[in-house]
Ligand binder design. Structure first.
Ligand SMILES: C=Cc1ccc(O)cc1
Length: 178
């Protein structure tokens, strides 16, 4: 995908894969103007995936986008995308319990909201772990808004490479092997 991002509409519906400078690999989708989906392929909580997370999404200046949300785990996230430069800056604010028990969050969160809410009550919130990192974008796809095929199964090892190789979505951005 080689388009120049200028408007908020250019950003909404875009599907990204990127690797943070600390090595953590994430896949993220701007589903619509208030919703994000994502999958985590590498890092402290690799294997976690989430759909329909409510988020605040704005364009700061043409081609630069800020996204922020708070999760049922108590984790807060702020992302600044500069897609025309192939990069972003993300800050993740993890409650202490996620750092201590990351395995509790490594699941399809949507089916286990009660587990996240119970854990955030049971375990410590502070001190938080703040992870501020730049990331390089390794894939961008124009999935269109509200495409339920983009993030629709658990992460597995070759998934980012399959997407980058063009083996995962058809010409209409639907999953090929469903
Ligand atoms: C905790 C979620 C999360 C999703 C995307 C990203 O880039 C960082 C954190």
């Amino acid at each position: 995908m080689t388009k120049e991002f200028k408007t908020l509409d250019d950003f909404l519906g875009t599907h990204f894969i990127y690797t943070y400078d600390n090595g953590w690999e994430y896949e993220w989708y701007a589903k619509n103007d208030h919703t994000v989906d994502y999958r985590i392929h590498g890092g402290m909580v690799a294997g976690r995936w989430v759909t329909d997370q409510e988020a605040n999404i704005v364009m700061l200046v043409p081609g630069i986008y800020k996204v922020a949300w708070t999760e049922p785990t108590g984790t807060d996230v702020a992302l600044d995308f500069v897609p025309n430069e192939g990069k972003l800056n993300g800050t993740i604010f993890f409650p202490k319990w996620v750092q201590d028990h990351p395995e509790i969050t490594v699941t399809y969160q949507n089916e286990h909201i009660d587990v996240m809410e119970a854990a955030r009550e049971k375990y410590d919130t502070y001190p938080k772990l703040v992870v501020p990192e730049f990331a390089k974008i390794t894939y961008m796809g124009d999935a269109g808004q509200n495409n339920e095929d983009v993030i629709s199964e658990a992460p597995y090892a070759s998934l980012p490479d399959d997407i980058r190789a063009g083996k995962y979505f058809d010409a209409n951005y639907k999953r090929i092997n469903k």
